[in-house]
Write a new protein. Structure first.
Lengths: 363, 306
């Protein structure tokens, strides 16, 4: 199906890099660039002791990507300090999500990662105070249409993205990890209760290991557009491999998924992270998640969708059905995020009334 | 093999099919285009550049120029530039296809090639030393770069000064020199050796045409040079050519602000930038007549050798 998905092959089996031809390196670099995974791939190759397999003409691409990734990490650390200061003044604790959390906690999932924005979680009752505090520090609501503003504030689990007036950095302020209208409701209070402090950054907390993984999974399988699908899967792969070093990790993960109503998301995440990246998952886990598995014909359909929609966004990884698969993933995500009486008018608006929907954040 | 060895038909065939593989400085580019002006521009200006089989396995950048499929195709035809399928810019009028290829290639290098500190500056070389000419648009930087190339200096680049982060040397990226408005006529009049291609009018920069790099500059496109001078040219009607020493600190600040990727490089950008400034003499340079300017540069180049 993804006959020439060289990227996920190189990520899951770096040793195979030694056997790549020059034209395969050419294609691999193009896929990695489109997927935003060049620096992470480099990291994987180095860690497996395969960096010497990179042919001379390809080397600078990896080094340049490392330069950008390293610079972004420094910038993210600096933004974290700024956000911490802004929220600290208002007495709101800082809880980082996703990429920023991986950087703050020094997790392997931070390696070679590129950033679009900084995500934070605040209690719903502190949302207004957080927005005011961030506005005072220079972050303002971006130029979304009135429809999008209303949509975010009324139905979403986050307020519209805030952009800094000088640095143009973007913060997504969440009060939950899924929209209020979604089919399942992971309780944000439970997530906050088990959040952990970051040793080197006083005043900064991140979700605990199981919750980071469940959030990443929930996000991936509820987000309409998947421009970074493989990058997000690679985050999951690194998070899982890292967390699995603790002995009782897998049973805890499954139990926590049940508590947070995220068993289905975890089931999908484990299925596709293995498909693309061969992440080791112990045998018992599938059985423990069996009741979250969809019926076989549904599974077949979902496989057809996600093995395409999560592949690198490069023409060489696409087949005839890829556009349909991406559309199906988009519609499915919205289906899970809101009931039909909201979904149909929303999709109608997005399809026929909204302009530049791609420029705004996937709503 | 050189691009001029491809017959016009073969060049068009490769452009329309697998693409033309060509090398410019440290980079290899695969260009695909079904637009006659692009084939014409390449044939006229890139003749001395190395090409390989269209099936060469590896290229740093895969770029294409296409006419968008829309009604405009018939009304006001446009051209789209894409890097591996992704267009970084909005389409332009079809007449600007060749300048768009040049701007697009500059974009590829300046957004990707972070193994260099990339300064927005023209750069030429004589006796192993490079004169870096950074300046705001409209200061006559490209005109002076072009005149120096046509007077025996080696063209390293008219837009992108690549400073190798490991060695501090300037790496050549000799490509056609972009000339705007009056500069086109001035350079035509300056030297009978100047070959300038067709003009594209009404671009964002006014009328634009490109000057073919001389054979020697292209032949030596892998020969790096030591930074010798940083000179800020300013054309002023009636001014006598004069070099005025300039503060190194100020020069550094200007270079940092006018580098495409200074902020991406972090502390290393500072290190590379200050090493550059340490070994280069810094001047402001005012001139009114191109011949006087070239003579002044000759004296400068001779000083170091003696």
């Amino acid at each position: 199906m993804n006959a020439v998905d060289l990227l996920s092959r190189a990520l899951r089996a770096p040793d195979a890099a030694h056997a790549l031809s020059m034209s395969e390196w050419d294609l691999l670099l193009r896929q990695a660039h489109h997927a935003g995974l060049t620096s992470r791939l480099h990291h994987g190759l180095r860690q497996a002791g395969c960096a010497d397999a990179i042919p001379a003409p390809a080397r600078w691409h990896f080094e340049a990507a490392d330069t950008l990734a390293a610079r972004q990490q420094v910038a993210v650390r600096w933004e974290i300090e700024q956000v911490k200061k802004a929220l600290g003044g208002a007495g709101i604790p800082l809880l980082l999500l996703k990429g920023a959390a991986y950087v703050a906690a020094g997790l392997p999932a931070a390696q070679g990662r590129l950033f679009n924005d900084l995500d934070i979680l605040v209690p719903r009752e502190a949302l207004d105070a957080a927005e005011s505090a961030l506005m005072l520090a220079g972050w303002h609501a971006t130029g979304l249409s009135a429809y999008d503003q209303r949509y975010y504030r009324r139905w979403m689990h986050e307020i519209p993205p805030l952009q800094h007036v000088q640095r143009a950095t973007v913060i997504d302020v969440h009060h939950a990890i899924l929209p209020d209208t979604a089919r399942c409701h992971p309780d944000p209070a439970r997530l906050r209760a088990q959040a952990v402090a970051v040793p080197d950054l006083p005043g900064v907390r991140v979700l605990c290991a199981t919750d980071r993984i469940l959030h990443s999974a929930a996000h991936l399988f509820h987000d309409g557009e998947l421009p970074h699908g493989l990058r997000d899967l690679s985050d999951l792969d690194l998070l899982l491999r890292d967390a699995a070093r603790e002995a009782d990790f897998w049973p805890r993960l499954v139990a926590r998924a049940a508590e947070l109503e995220l068993e289905r998301s975890l089931f999908h995440a484990l299925r596709y992270v293995r498909y693309f990246l061969a992440t080791p998952v112990p045998d018992g886990v599938d059985a423990a998640l069996a009741r979250a598995a969809p019926a076989r014909p549904v599974q077949t359909l979902l496989d057809a969708i996600f093995t395409r929609a999560l592949a690198p966004m490069h023409p060489s990884c696409e087949d005839r059905l890829t556009p349909a698969a991406r559309l199906a993933a988009y519609v499915r995500a919205h289906w899970l995020r809101m009931p039909p009486r909201l979904l149909l008018p929303h999709l109608f608006h997005k399809a026929f009334l909204a302009t530049d929907t791609r420029e705004t954040k996937a709503a | 093999m050189k691009l001029l060895q491809l017959s016009p038909a073969e060049l068009r065939r490769q452009l329309a099919g697998p693409g033309v593989w060509l090398r410019t400085g440290p980079f290899s580019v695969r260009v695909q285009a079904r637009i006659p002006h692009v084939a014409e521009g390449l044939a006229q200006l890139y003749g001395q550049f190395e090409v390989r089989s269209p099936h060469e396995a590896f290229a740093d950048f895969h770029v294409s120029l296409d006419r968008p499929r829309s009604v405009r195709r018939w009304l006001r035809p446009q051209v789209n530039f894409a890097v591996d399928g992704v267009p970084p810019f909005k389409p332009l009028p079809l007449d600007q296809a060749f300048p768009m290829l040049e701007w697009g290639l500059n974009w590829c290098v300046s957004t990707r090639a972070h193994q260099y500190l990339i300064i927005h500056a023209g750069v030429v070389e004589k006796n192993g030393r490079a004169a870096i000419l950074p300046a705001p648009p409209g200061s006559g930087k490209s005109t002076l770069t072009a005149a120096l190339m046509l007077s025996g200096w080696r063209l390293l680049s008219d837009e992108l000064t690549l400073i190798d982060r490991r060695t501090g040397l300037v790496h050549p990226l000799p490509r056609p020199v972009s000339l705007k408005n009056q500069s086109i006529g001035i350079i035509r009049a300056f030297s009978s050796e100047a070959f300038i291609n067709r003009e594209s009018r009404d671009t964002v920069k006014g009328t634009v045409a490109h000057l073919r790099p001389l054979r020697d500059s292209v032949r030596r496109q892998h020969e790096a040079a030591r930074p010798g001078w940083v000179i800020f040219p300013r054309w002023q009607a009636g001014a006598t050519a004069s070099l005025i020493p300039r503060s190194k600190a100020q020069t550094f600040m200007f270079l940092a602000e006018n580098a495409f990727n200074y902020s991406h490089l972090g502390a290393d950008g500072f290190r590379v930038g200050s090493a550059l400034i340490d070994q280069a003499a810094c001047y402001d340079f005012e001139y009114g007549v191109l011949d006087d300017a070239v003579a002044q540069f000759e004296r400068l180049a001779a000083e170091g050798v003696a």
